[in-house]
Design a binder for this molecule. Sequence first.
Ligand code: AMP
Ligand code: MG
Length: 497
Amino acid sequence: MTELVDAPTRPATLGVPWRNTFAALGPAFYTALSPTPLPEPYLVGVNAPLARDMGLDAGVLASSEAVQALTGNLALAGTQPLASVYSGHQFGAWAGQLGDGRAILLGEAQTPAGPLEVQLKGSGLTPYSRMGDGRAVLRSSIREYLGSEAIQALGIPTTRALCVTGSDAPVRREDIETAAVVTRVAPSFIRFGHFEHFSARDMPGELRQLADYVIDRFYPQCRVDGRFDGNPYAAFLEAVSERTALMVAQWQAVGFCHGVMNTDNMSILGLTIDYGPFQFLDAFDPGHICNHSDEAGRYAYNKQPNVAYWNLFCLGQALLPLIEDQDLALAALESYKTFFPRELEARMLAKLGLQQAQAGDRELIESALGLMARDRVDYSIFWRRLSRHVAGGPADSVRDLFLDRDAFDAWLQHYSQRLDSQGQAGTGAQMLATNPKYVLRNHLGELAIRQAKLKDFSHVQALLGLLQSPFDEHPEHDDMAGFPPDWASHIEISCSS
Ligand code: AMP
Ligand code: MG
């Protein structure tokens, strides 16, 4: 390995104080270890708005000391690096122990936005790396950086990405690629799989400790609102079900496919987590499978809502030793079945600019989706053009998207009558603030990645900026709001990252 000649010997600082309350849970929950250095790291990008929210100076983050520290080459004063252990169900089967195989938790930065855990993803081997190399490649790190910030800007709960650093160290995937580290940020990275781990291992003390830790920090109302006969663990399961329902409803509305909804990739806080083979829909295909490794289509777009429930069921099973009553656990899970459809309908109505649900609205939504599916209409472009039409633009730009124009005309007539009955000014503007102009289509990410591989990171940063205000027009970037080029359909996105 190349010598890190300019690395200072004292610990670095980012100018924030640190704690690590997860570490205080004790050694059953993790292995304490330091990241493995990478040679000659360089900065790929800093997320300045997030840095600002965290009270960090983006300039300090770009300093060579910070780049060394955030690549894992230099200790950060006050941090307690560790890899946590979890288990999980992968593609519907119990996979046993997994754990942070390539992510190292530094601790919680005490920021103006509250305590935020900071993780270095791709920072080397851990006891949980199994067959992996502990690394992440530049390509997938840029996808996570852009994808998580795009989801954030769309108002969907997610882990964030503070920065990406790279190194020319080779990493073997299908081809030889280069290494990168994403600095991920979230209130907590705890997954359903953490609970499954201690439940499957028959460690009820640790299971309770973990549940109490999460409830006290993130779901304190579960102890006070007296639901479920005052059983805080059942109330917790219900609250997680509701947050998960809210997240998935937002995914469906915006056309986001996660791609690997294994229980170890489900956040206990209902955050979108672990950006791998994710994709925003291009042409609307309800059965779209974004992950080329998912041959059976378990995680297809239209399967996501049911898979989330399946995953919550696994969580419920894991929490059963604490809930102690199967009927209560089932009642807690039941909330997903009312919450999810209600949230999805609310979001689809908002996409249509409809303020108050009326009889017949569900048919209006479903017939639009049915027509789009039949003609494989581009999902984001449809909603944006419809918004523009309602805001006073031409109907033809929407109509032109369909092969069956008569069917579309009939739908539009029906929809226009419904809008007129509402009689509210400003609906078009509201729709333009609901239906994004810019989403992270695979080909946009791919073009930025190609430049990044040539060490020009300006395209990554420009795309980040665009995705951070996806409802604004940015007319100079109209080309990035258009249909995907033909070559985009040949981009293969798999679990290889
Ligand atoms: P994923 O499907 O990416 O969520 O990963 C599933 C499990 O494999 C987790 O325990 C990851 O930490 C681990 N993993 C994935 N890629 C690697 C890698 N390159 N090196 C070590 N562990 C990995
Ligand atoms: Mg994962």
